[in-house]
Write a protein that binds this ligand. Structure first.
Ligand code: ADP
Ligand code: MG
Length: 345
């Protein structure tokens, strides 16, 4: 397969040079913008193997998408959903890894993150909806939104959904998985410094070449094009779930966002409007940002306590900002926003 055909020609070097930390010599930044997994992707990669690393990562993302998207009719996840209640389907090791992580985070969050939200997302149909679905319809499908009905068979390398009508949706975790995948590729290619943004899921490798930490901005949930804060991080991921990302407004002017409370079948109303998770692993951070958004501050922090070295920035509907205490060291407020420091449970 011709990689440059998929990723475009290798002419995307930005003439931005940074001094290397130790040698003082200069290193070029390779910047690439793309679209996959229904979202925008940006890479900034430093080092000699940057173009190859970029091509490998983009190729890998597209291959993952072909397996994981429930909107591609012959993806593994589509086949799993189509065979719901009927039979197990063969899955690849990558799909099995992600499904098994998704089950783990569904359990750990007591179902606030629920990998079986597919049927709910179909009912709410964010692309076309002008009104909330009828409550009776929501109640009808509620019993189907149960992550315990996803059965993985390690031995036979299959997955199965217990009941017809059930549907896996990886929208709340797939971008994090793809970001972790990119980091692995970059490391294999000998890259020591890189920045990846997959639809708002940011992961960084190491420091910037000059040795200083990466600075990752966090969007203000209510002020368009304004930042709420920034964090200075080395080799971490910064993932946000917010009610402003995807929504529709109904005939009465009520806004319905895209993060579901799997218990009620309605968009979550936990009083949080934005949740950012800072952690080492982006798959986990992606699942947890969705989970904490649904669970709210108290239950969300209890859930986070199961994952050490995971920090959070929470914004409630009164625009009060809460950060976990360890974050104080590397958190920067953009304006004079009052920040409440909370101890993790
Ligand atoms: P983003 O849209 O930035 O990826 P999230 O990571 O919070 O935000 O993912 C939201 C997506 O996850 C939804 O579009 C849907 O596909 C799926 N989803 C919605 N609610 C849940 C939930 N409670 N648990 C798991 N996945 C969910
Ligand atoms: Mg998520």
């Amino acid at each position: 397969m011709n990689i440059s055909k998929i990723c475009g020609k290798r002419n995307r070097y930005k003439k931005i040079y940074q001094k290397r930390e130790r040698t003082g010599s200069e290193v070029a930044m390779f910047e690439h913008k793309d679209f996959a997994m229904n979202t925008e992707i940006t890479f900034k990669i430093f080092g000699e193997n940057a173009p190859e690393a970029c091509d490998d990562a983009m190729l890998g993302i597209r291959q993952l998408e072909k397996k994981l998207s429930r909107f591609i009719p012959d993806s593994e996840i589509s086949r799993l959903n189509q065979a719901a209640g009927k039979r197990p389907v063969k899955i690849s090791p990558e799909t099995r890894d992600l499904l098994s992580l998704a089950i783990c985070y569904s359990k750990a969050s007591k179902g606030s993150f629920n990998i079986l939200t597919g049927a709910l997302m179909d009912l709410w149909d964010y692309k076309h909806a002008a009104d909330a679905p009828e409550k009776t319809k929501i109640l009808q499908i509620s019993p189907f939104i149960d992550y315990r009905d996803l059965i993985l068979d390690e031995h036979n390398q299959t997955a199965m959904l217990r009941k017809s009508g059930q549907s896996v949706d990886l929208g709340g975790i797939g971008k994090g998985f793809a970001a972790d995948f990119c980091m692995d590729i970059f490391k294999e290619r000998g890259i020591a410094s890189a920045f990846v943004n997959i639809g708002g899921n940011v992961s960084v490798l190491g420091n910037k070449p000059d040795g200083s930490p990466w600075c990752v901005g966090i969007r203000h949930p209510r002020r368009e094009n304004e930042l709420l804060a920034a964090v200075k991080v080395t080799g971490k991921t910064v993932v946000t779930s917010g009610d402003y990302e995807r929504y529709f407004v109904d005939h009465e002017g009520k806004k319905w966002h895209h993060i579901m409370n799997p218990i009620t079948g309605f968009p979550a109303e936990s009083d949080l409007i934005s949740v950012t998770i800072i952690a080492d692993n982006s798959t986990m951070a992606d699942a947890l940002s969705t989970a904490v958004f649904v669970a709210g501050i108290d239950e969300g922090l209890m859930c986070l306590s199961k994952f050490p070295e995971t920090d959070a920035i929470l914004v409630d509907k009164h625009e009060q900002v809460f950060i976990t205490s360890e974050l104080e060291k590397y958190f920067q407020c953009i304006e004079n926003i009052k920040v409440n420091v909370i101890e993790r449970k």
